[in-house]
Design a protein around this ligand. Structure first.
Ligand SMILES: NC(=O)c1ccc[n+]([C@@H]2O[C@H](COP(=O)([O-])OP(=O)(O)OC[C@H]3O[C@@H](n4cnc5c(N)ncnc54)[C@H](O)[C@@H]3O)[C@@H](O)[C@H]2O)c1
Ligand SMILES: O=CCCC(=O)C(=O)O
Length: 488
């Protein structure tokens, strides 16, 4: 195995080797819980590095696709076993890089292992249908072929699960991959790729290039030899990638932001609803695309819900996410912290009432990191910025409504449609919610976050390019269907 790190600078993985960038520039990866102890350094790679990675992936394409799905799946099984051996180290690295608590990072790493195993099995499943032809002497069937080279562009908030839920299906369905991780969590990404390397994937089948989104990410989207781009991240970046891919006829898949509501109906179990709201809104410091951001509460239950929510949120322990007793870690970066504080200030200025939190924590150990209190606003109206825009931090807006119809109208009154949940014991109500709510993930008596790897995941409206990731649905993006007509 070639070394992936020299003088503590993590390198690119291109054509089966850890390679130094043509650029001398590096990016320091910080620990948002304690900026005085950097996690390491990565390379700020160049267009030439990307070119080498795409060429390697292109050269490996024909041989990789010629293997059976089962044989490709075996490589994924091996990667899963190696990730399992290194799970603790990789979870710790993720925690250090982006600040989610260690138990959350461990859970995410276990999810990564399960995703690898799921797609390893996909290599044995069906790839087409027989369709009766109108010609009695002909045989007609469909089959699926890989796209070719796939560019994977990932965010920092699920540094293990998201890259794996893109790369595993890409690979098992016969594509080769060039992966550009978010710089904030590139060392976690590199450790995942080490697992793939140790699993013995042929040279060039999987490649990783670190660096700026505006160079490596954009370069992938523009590259004529990249036939598919799968992106998860912010709306602004996603839209640019979609337009670029569309222009040159590449297939693309975008999973982007959310402004996810939870409806607390008059008949909700308050204890259950409060616990789920806190978990949905504040776990991972509110930095899940599925995080609860708007809490829409029926008037008759509002005061009781509000009181319990405040009481339980006050118990949250905030600190360095590696410490066992900590429930809420830091925000992932200085930029995200400033973004979150900006939205808190905007909420105050536009007349929402701050009823808990709202402050950056800077005393003692907090001084070294990017900490903000869990924050609750009330008297929020749907036209306010804090009710419309994704904040991506531990901030929620309480919105009081008078009826179930109004609750769903308010819930739908945003440009996003990723996930949504309702607390109710009434079957009719949850069926109506499931039918009328404009979101790709509907959860009933459960928090808005929580994605299952075997089920389709993706958003409606501006949360997505309307394709679905995960489960069997991934096949739709990572393959093209061919219809074959055979005349006897
Ligand atoms: N819908 C989902 O499944 C989902 C999941 C996780 C995160 N997200 C969203 O991701 C966002 C947070 O992640 P982020 O801050 O890493 O997002 P981001 O858009 O800033 O970055 C995502 C990735 O794109 C790269 N990038 C940046 N500029 C680029 C460009 N011009 N061209 C190509 N690539 C470029 C980045 O380097 C990174 O790897 C939030 O909006 C969140 O809702 C969505
Ligand atoms: O950030 C997006 C992914 C969310 C997720 O995986 C979950 O809610 O479990």
């Amino acid at each position: 195995m070639s070394m992936n790190v020299t003088t503590n600078v993590y390198r690119n993985f291109i054509n089966g080797e850890w390679q130094e960038s043509k650029s001398a520039e590096q990016i320091t990866v910080i620990n948002p819980a304690d900026t005085s102890t950097p996690v390491g350094r990565i390379q700020s790679s160049t267009a030439a590095d990307l070119e080498a990675a795409v060429e390697a992936a292109d050269a490996a394409r024909k041989e990789w696709r010629s293997l059976s799905g089962a044989a490709r799946g075996d490589f994924l099984y091996r990667a899963a076993a190696i990730l399992e051996e290194r799970a603790e180290e990789i979870a710790e690295t993720a925690t250090k890089e982006m600040g989610k608590t260690l138990p959350e990072a461990r859970g995410e790493t276990q999810r990564g292992i399960a995703i690898l195993k799921f797609y390893a099995g996909e290599g044995m499943r069906k790839t087409g249908d027989v369709i009766p032809s109108t010609d009695a002497s002909a045989f007609m069937y469909t089959t699926r072929v890989p796209l070719g080279v796939v560019g994977v562009i990932a965010p920092w908030n699920f540094p293990v699960a998201i890259p794996i839920w893109k790369m595993a299906p890409a690979l098992v369905y016969g594509n080769t991959v060039v992966f550009k991780p978010a710089s904030e969590t590139a060392i976690t990404a590199i450790k995942i790729i080490e697992c793939f390397e140790a699993a013995g994937f042929p040279k060039g089948v999987i490649n990783l290039v670190t660096g700026a989104g505006s160079v490596i990410g954009k370069g992938l989207a523009e590259h004529p030899k990249v036939q598919g781009i799968t992106f998860t991240g912010s709306n602004n970046v996603g839209k640019g990638i979609g337009l670029t891919a569309l222009e040159r006829g590449a297939k693309y898949q975008l999973e982007m932001g959310g402004k996810n509501p939870v409806i607390i109906a008059a008949d909700a179990d308050i204890e259950q609803a409060v616990d789920a709201t806190i978990s949905g809104a504040f776990r991972s410091t509110g930095q899940k695309c599925t995080a609860t951001s708007r809490v829409i509460v029926e008037a008759s239950i509002y005061d009781a819900f509000r009181e319990k929510l405040i009481e339980k949120t006050k118990d949250i322990t905030i600190g360095n996410s590696l410490e066992q007793e900590v429930w809420l870690g830091p925000i992932a970066s200085e930029a995200q912290l400033q973004n979150c504080l900006h939205y808190i200030q905007t909420g105050i200025e536009e007349g929402a009432k701050l009823i808990l939190g709202g402050e950056q924590l800077t005393d003692g150990d907090y001084e070294k990191g990017f900490y903000v209190q869990p924050t609750i606003f009330e008297d929020v109206t749907t036209d306010m910025v804090i009710a419309q825009e994704e904040i991506f931090g531990p901030v929620i807006a309480l919105i009081k409504v008078d009826s179930e119809e109004q609750a769903i109208d308010v819930a739908n009154d945003v440009k996003f449609g990723l996930s949504a949940s309702i607390f109710t014991k009434n079957i009719g109500r949850f069926l109506q919610f499931a039918e009328e709510m404009e979101a790709g993930l509907i959860r009933v008596n459960a928090e808005s976050a929580g994605v299952e790897l075997q089920a389709p995941f993706g958003g409606m409206k501006q949360s997505s390019s309307h394709s679905r990731e995960q489960g069997e649905a991934a096949k739709e993006f990572f393959t093209s269907i061919k219809t074959v007509f055979v005349k006897g």
